[in-house]
Design a protein around this ligand. Structure first.
Ligand SMILES: [Zn+2]
Length: 182
């Protein structure tokens, strides 16, 4: 094969790869490892709150698009804490871009609106997810009281990691409750 042919073949192949990339189905509510990498880079670590926010955001976005939401998405979250970063990375609405507003009211609820036609959904954690979050916080408190590197602390940290993993991988319906507002 001549060099030109090789480069043509390569260009064709690269074109196919590109087409495959854009033709790939939207991941929707199915969180990808790439999402977690991006969130870790953005937030600094994959803490439970940021993961919760990402799941809430993904589920809300998927439900809104399924309900026929059109145009630019606008998000409102009612607590100023780690989940806000999860929402920014997962939904793409940003505080700096004024597509995300945050009100600090200790209410972990996301309202997502499609500006094109006013469709709106509201998303929050399920009771099961809330309970797991509460258990996680108790474990965190206990682990901090134990000497670093001790067997007891390592055991608790393992259990905490299991909860984070659950939040990353459990099906949407188990983690997030979404309501179509209108
Ligand atoms: Zn955090």
């Amino acid at each position: 094969m001549s060099r030109t042919r090789i480069s043509r073949a390569f260009a064709a192949l690269a074109g196919l790869v590109f087409m495959a990339a854009i033709a790939a189905p939207a991941r929707g509510a199915d969180p990808s490892p790439d999402l977690w990498e991006r969130l870790k880079a953005f937030h600094g670590d994959l803490c439970l709150g940021s993961v919760m926010g990402a799941r809430i955001g993904l589920a809300a976005k998927a439900a809104l698009l399924k309900a026929g939401g059109e145009g630019k998405l606008m998000a409102a979250y009612y607590d100023l804490s780690c989940p806000v970063d999860g929402i920014q990375v997962a939904v793409g609405t940003t505080y700096g871009g004024r597509t995300l507003t945050v009100e600090d009211r200790d209410d972990h609820r996301l309202v997502l609106t499609a500006e094109g036609n006013g469709k709106q959904v509201e998303a929050k954690l399920t009771k099961l997810a809330d309970d797991k979050g509460a258990a996680f916080r108790v474990m965190k408190g206990k682990s901090r009281a134990l000497p670093e590197g001790s067997k007891e602390r390592q055991d608790i940290e393992k259990e905490m990691a299991v909860i984070v993993k659950w939040f990353q991988t459990a099906p949407d319906a188990e983690v997030v409750e979404v309501k179509i507002v209108h």
